[in-house]
Design a protein around this ligand. Structure first.
Ligand code: FAD
Length: 503
């Protein structure tokens, strides 16, 4: 019994080969070794317009439209001379004179000695295919130039968040920010801003829309971007996806720089903030003054109360006792009136707060003062900081009190070292802000007492000693803390910790 493999070609009648070639839907020509045509099939006649009688005996060069560069023919013939097949595209002319684009495969046919005796030519008309390919290429080039000219940075990210396609504006951003991949930093900022996962990865859907995020860089002004993320379907193009679609969902990140617009808004916001802080400062001074007056008055009143109680215990009903009782009553009323006159803390609603923004605001507000006293500032924000839930105005007052203290500590007569360093960073469960100054530092003996109300190390008057107390109160109201450490090489190091979630 014969196996399938052993079925010999010789068993197929020669007529079958002729029928196959005759009926093939591909132009077939057989030539001698000099490309003179010996045979053409009906598809050849259909494509070229040459009947067998017109083609046989002619050279294949009759099909040349003479616009194909000579180098192409040279490459074709050098392949054939090396007894290899050649495949490529040529501009051909039909019998009627019109041109078409032919895609050819020419193979040498050798005899037993390996000598080329014939060439087999197969070709098809690919004019329409070429037109469609050109259209796709043109559209791609057009889309690329539009995408490149767009004043928006665009980056397409795969599932591992690797940028697979980007545009000119994105490349410019990479150079400007001196970052390997701005998309990663921007996406981190967006995540920190929205505070939850992005929208579901549905092609055409938004991962996020018009989120305004900032990217902070050491020693430079922050840059602002309005960002949107759109999920995009991408066919993976592998053979497996030919019958069964195998798509991946990519993220198209669009980031439009709005730093200038923000700067203008920032200017007006700063003016309003300055006015608000000045007003709050005035109210705070009033609060502190009244609280100090009540505190100081309470001392003698308490002494008077003790004396009165002693007199009453001894049954001393002298008129002096009644007078003292009246005096105690009047003094207590005065203390109560003073306490009642202390203005309330302004009402503020909690919201998400970016501490980099808070520090940046305070630095903006104190620039003039720092320049005036010659303090140089080193501000090193973590580029993207998670937001906390808090009271922005109170936090601003807290940071301002600490920075004001630092400036003051370096503003002594003849004091040369005037360097302020501020660092923000995320640490376990919270944010840390470290403010270091090169002033005289806080002596170890009073390092804890400086947080006590009305304690001050300043002797020049005008200081009530409540700045650090209020600052600590703000930190504690946010579930955080403030510590003061000595600083290597002198000066003071204030470490503020604020938790991301309050327990
Ligand atoms: P030619 O004078 O033919 O020559 C152009 C260049 O090719 C020259 O550099 C020359 O040195 C070199 N050359 C030509 N003939 C040979 C040879 N026998 N050996 C080595 N080098 C040689 N051309 C088309 O334009 N359209 C076709 O559809 C087409 N089909 C072909 C099918 C087959 C089976 C073969 C073998 C060739 C086919 N050719 C086709 C190539 C064709 O034979 C011509 O070489 C080509 O058309 C250029 O013609 P020409 O008159 O402009 O220049």
């Amino acid at each position: 019994m014969k196996t399938r493999d052993s079925t010999s070609v010789s068993q197929i009648p020669a007529q079958v080969f002729k029928q196959v070639v005759d009926q093939a839907d591909l132009a077939v020509s057989i030539t001698d070794a000099a490309a003179n045509i010996l045979y053409v099939n009906p598809a050849f006649t259909r494509i070229t317009g040459y009947a067998p009688g017109q083609a046989v005996g002619k050279n294949e060069s009759m099909l040349s439209h003479k616009v194909t560069p000579a180098a192409v023919y040279q490459a074709l013939w050098s392949k054939l001379a090396a007894r290899q097949s050649w495949t490529g595209r040529l501009v051909n002319r039909r019998a009627g004179g019109d041109k078409y684009l032919a895609e050819l495969l020419i193979s040498p046919v050798t005899d037993e000695q390996g000598k080329v005796i014939h060439f087999l030519g197969l070709h098809r008309d690919v004019t329409e295919l070429h037109r469609l390919e050109s259209e796709v290429r043109n559209q791609k080039a057009m889309i690329e130039s539009v995408v490149d000219a767009a004043p928006v940075a665009m980056a397409l990210l795969d599932e591992k968040h690797t940028v697979v396609v980007d545009n000119q504006e994105y490349k410019k951003l990479m150079a400007d920010l001196a970052m390997a991949e701005p998309a990663t930093v921007i996406l981190d900022a967006v995540r920190a801003d929205i505070g939850h996962e992005m929208g579901a990865a549905v092609p055409g859907g938004h991962a996020f829309l018009n989120r305004e995020v900032r990217v902070d860089r050491a020693g430079r002004a922050p840059r602002w971007f309005s960002c949107s993320g759109i999920w995009v379907r991408r066919d993976d193009g592998g053979a497996d996806s030919f019958f069964a679609e195998q798509n991946s969902v990519y993220l198209l990140l669009l980031a439009m720089e709005i730093t200038e617009l923000r700067a203008q808004q920032e200017k007006s916001r700063m003016a309003a903030l300055q006015a608000m802080l000045a007003e709050e400062g005035r109210i705070n001074v009033l609060r502190e003054t009244l609280a100090a007056a009540a505190f100081q008055l309470e001392g003698p009143v308490n002494v008077m109360k003790t004396v009165l109680a002693t007199m009453e215990r001894r049954g001393n009903g002298l008129p002096a006792g009644a007078a003292l009782a009246d005096a105690v009553k009047a003094a207590q009323e005065a203390v109560d009136t003073l306490r009642g006159a202390i203005p309330d803390q302004s009402e503020e609603l909690p919201t998400t707060v970016n501490l980099n923004e808070i520090v940046h605001d305070v630095l903006n507000l104190t620039t003039g003062r720092m320049l005036a006293v010659g303090v140089s500032v080193g501000w090193q924000p973590q580029p993207v900081l998670a937001a906390i839930n808090g009271y922005p105005n109170r936090l601003r007052s807290m940071v301002k009190a600490l920075i004001d203290n630092a400036i003051e500590a370096m503003n002594g007569k003849g004091w040369r070292e005037r360097e302020l360093s501020i660092v923000s960073r995320s640490i376990a469960d919270g944010i840390e802000i470290v403010i270091e100054d090169s002033g005289a530092g806080v002596p170890a003996a009073v390092r804890l007492r400086v947080f006590e109300p009305f304690f001050t190390t300043k002797r020049n008057g005008g200081h009530l000693g409540t700045g650090l107390t209020s600052a600590l109160q703000v930190a504690q109201d946010h579930g955080g803390a403030i510590e003061i450490d000595p600083r290597e090489g002198g000066g003071c190091r204030v470490r503020v910790f604020l938790p991301l979630k309050r327990s």
